[in-house]
Write a new protein. Structure first.
Length: 279
């Protein structure tokens, strides 16, 4: 096996933070408390991040976190503290800026879609899923660039219609387009499926400098023949990455919607990091 293949396998199965990623984000975290000889030993922030990533990757309960990562309750408490400080959103933004500098975000063709997840414990931003026998669930609404790099995400209840939050999702991009990109409408395309069909939504998308492409799946195949760069499936692939590579996202057990959002933001950060490394 060559070194390139080893790198790909390493990045794909990462459950601890690599040195280069840690060096980029450590200054975003709050100041660490100095070591003390009194009381319980303080768990280093890097080990806490590793523990949070392990839970995110494996989907295990916080209390089942291996002792190698410190106490599960400590990692969960730190996670909630950092989420309240928008740490995971800031990490995602930081890595997106690095990705844009090294690889370049492909703004020309963006894609928007949603996916429903079960929420058996209920909580904020849950509702009866009309496509899953009215079971409680939530929705992840995500916007990606041409290659599936996540640019925006919001959480709603499962009974929220996609068309009602399309503009909110577009407006929630953590990294904004430049003024030159906003003014060049020919290079700003947004692919959506028929769930977003609405004259009001199309107009609002147009007002934000996009050419909207709202098509049924069968129409997409015909459209792709003349516009090969138009690929709405990339956002579906990103949804698949969320569910299959980050098992904590597959079923929402967090009663607080902001906690679930924090996990999604961290997952987005790891997706972006992987693309920085592998291109």
């Amino acid at each position: 096996m060559n070194n390139n293949n080893k790198t790909k396998r390493y990045v794909r199965t990462i459950t601890f933070i690599p040195d280069d990623m840690w060096n980029e984000i450590k200054n975003i975290l709050p100041d660490e408390k100095p070591e003390s000889t009194i009381g319980r030993p303080i768990v280093p922030y890097r080990k806490v991040i590793d523990g949070i990533m392990f839970v995110l990757r494996t989907g295990c309960q916080w209390k089942m976190l291996p002792k190698d990562y410190g106490s599960g309750s400590t990692c969960h408490r730190r996670f909630q503290e950092w989420r309240e400080l928008d740490i995971f959103d800031r990490i995602w933004t930081r890595l997106l800026k690095i990705y844009d500098h090294r690889r370049g975000i492909k703004w020309s063709w963006q894609s928007l879609d949603s996916i429903s997840v079960k929420s058996p414990l209920g909580g904020a931003m849950t509702g009866h899923n009309p496509t899953d026998r009215s079971k409680l669930g939530s929705k992840r609404h995500i916007l990606t660039d041409k290659y599936g790099i996540p640019l925006s995400v919001i959480i709603t209840s499962a009974n929220t219609h996609d068309v009602t939050v399309a503009i909110d999702t577009v407006d929630s991009m953590v990294l904004k387009r430049s003024s030159s990109q906003l003014n060049d409408r020919k290079k700003q395309n947004l692919c959506l499926d028929k769930a977003y069909h609405s004259k009001e939504v199309e107009q609002e998308i147009f007002n934000r400098g996009y050419i909207p492409h709202i098509r049924h799946r069968r129409e997409e195949k015909l459209f792709h023949r003349t516009h090969p760069a138009a690929r709405r499936w990339v956002v579906e692939r990103t949804n698949s990455w969320h569910d299959n590579r980050f098992r904590k996202l597959f079923t929402r057990y967090e009663k607080k919607d902001e906690n679930y959002l924090g996990l999604v933001q961290l997952a987005n950060s790891l997706i972006v990091y992987r693309r920085i490394i592998l291109g």
